[in-house]
Structures are given as C-alpha cells and as structure tokens.
Design a protein around this ligand. Sequence first.
Ligand code: NAP
Length: 293
Amino acid sequence: MKNVNTSVNGSTEVYAVIGCPISHSFSPVIHNTMAERLGRNFIYTALRVEPEALESAVKGAYALGIRGINVTVPHKKAVMDMLCAIDKRALAVGAVNTLKYTENGYEGYNTDVIGSYYALKNAGYDIRDKAVLLTGAGGAGNACAVMACDSGCRSLTIANRTVEKAEELADNLRKHYSCDINTMRLADIHSLEKCDIIINATTLGFGDKRALTPIEDRSFFKDKGVEFVFDVIYPKTRLLNEAEEEGIPTLAGFDMLVYQALAAEEIWFGEKFDIDTQKEICALLWEYYKENM
Ligand code: NAP
C-alpha cells in the first residue's frame, strides 16, 4: 500500500559499526546493500561510541540482542577484554573488528585478515611461497602480516618508519607462525635482495600524504623482481600508478574493505559467498563509491 513502509518491521534484526568518529563509515552502505540483495531482514547502522562508554555500549548491545557488530578505531584492542572468545587470527593480529552474538557473550574476529586474503585471491595473486615486503606495522599492517603468514608466504619482511613497532609485530607473529619473518627500517628497504609482492599498509599515499610513496626509487620494482603491488589505501595511490607504469599488476584497498565486510557476514550468517558473487558485489559498490564518495 502507498506510503506504508514495511521494510523495517517487528522481526528486523539490527547490526552496527561502532567507532569514534563514525559518520564517515562506508560499512552501512555495504551491509544494507547486502541485506537488500540477499533478501535478509536486517538493518545496519553506524553508532558513535566514546572510548569511556565502550564497555557499557557492548553490554547494552548484547542485552538488546544486537546480533553482530563491527568495531573500528579506536576500539579494536579495548573491546578484546569484553568478549567470551577470540578467534586465533584476531589474537595474532592483536585486534578485533567483528563481534558475533552467542549465548555466552560476543565472540571476536578480525575480518581484515580474511578481507585482504580474498582481495588478493580474487585479483588472481597467490601469496603462497612468495617473498613479501610489508611496509607499515599499524592496524592494517598487523592484519596483512597475519594474512601473509596464514597464507603460507615463504618470507615476510616488515619495514616500518619506527622499526620497534615492526619488531614487536614480528615477535608476536613468531608465536603463531613458523615462516621466515624479518624487520627493517622503512628507509633501508633498498637493501632487500628479492621481493615478489609489496603490500603497503602505511598511510603514505593517503589524505595529506597523497603525493608520497613508501617506494621512492621506482627502479626498486625491476631490481627486486616485484610481481605484484597491493596497497590497502584507496583510491589508487602514487605507489600503484608508478608500479603500473613499470608494467606490474596492482590492487587498491577498496576490495579489501568490501571483502572484510562480506567476511563479517559469513561469520554472522554462516554462509559462504562464491567468488562470482564477491566480485559482483565489489564492482557494484565501487561504481557507487566512485560517483558518490
Ligand atoms: P595506523 O595504525 O595509524 O598505522 C599507520 C602506519 O603508517 C604505521 O606503520 C606508520 O609508521 C606509518 N606512517 C605514518 N606516517 C608515516 C610517514 N610519514 N612515513 C612513513 N610511515 C608512516 O593506521 P592503519 O589503521 O594501519 O591504517 C593504515 C592505512 O590503511 C590507512 O591509510 C587506512 O585508511 C588504510 N586501511 C585500509 C583498510 C581497507 O580495508 N582497505 C583497512 C584498514 C586501514 P609508524 O609506526 O612509524 O608511525
């Protein structure tokens, strides 16, 4: 009937992303698009939660029966103390970005690991047995490092401006994985002998650092035998443009963003998306993002 909105009703489930700030989040667009596409009766919203209110917010969400929550900056570590169980990959990263409602409390996951894995896999690049150079050792760097180790890379070199942070990450990874893990200062990467894939997880190339790149000397690509460059930043950065000019295939971070959201839905709803569906949803959202964001 005209003017009657039945899209939200008494059976509609609520999902949300919590963070501070949060109004910039693209997650509601992704998940509400998925709800409509898959005919699932849920809505997904973004809720601003101040750091001092996190514990009461998580308790309140559980009491309200909120079935799934995404967690973003600055809560990804603090929320780990409020969960009944934490997945092994999230423990290896040291951060949680997805909560799933269970009868014992919320379980914690880190879907940035799976999101970065799906992104590379769907781009046709297999990281198994490869020599990986990861630039950056912050939140995204931790997730990509776990993804590389979890996917069976041959070696992982973590290069960071603050080398102590790279060392801390490497020490934690060695507790969970047996692959060859090394660290260096970002300024020293030219001393690396060989590198099959570069993964950039620094903020170089983003926002006010748009003109910057972690690979200053573009002869690096050929000299080190680079086959593929993945940047967690989107849209396309200077790093990716220069790699492409050298004839190297690249991938920007938008796919990772979408696939980490799809991975959260897989955890919440217990259903896997096939590769064609993943790619189709990613392409649809990219068209929207390009025109509207
Ligand atoms: P973060 O935790 O703050 O880490 C920032 C990283 O960038 C650190 O390694 C930092 O090095 C490095 N860095 C910052 N300024 C630098 C400079 N001037 N020179 C050299 N290195 C510098 O941030 P994050 O959460 O990991 O996010 C990193 C990027 O990934 C952001 O651009 C974010 O938008 C993007 N991201 C994308 C996705 C996705 O789904 N595609 C997901 C998460 C994040 P120090 O340790 O020395 O400070």
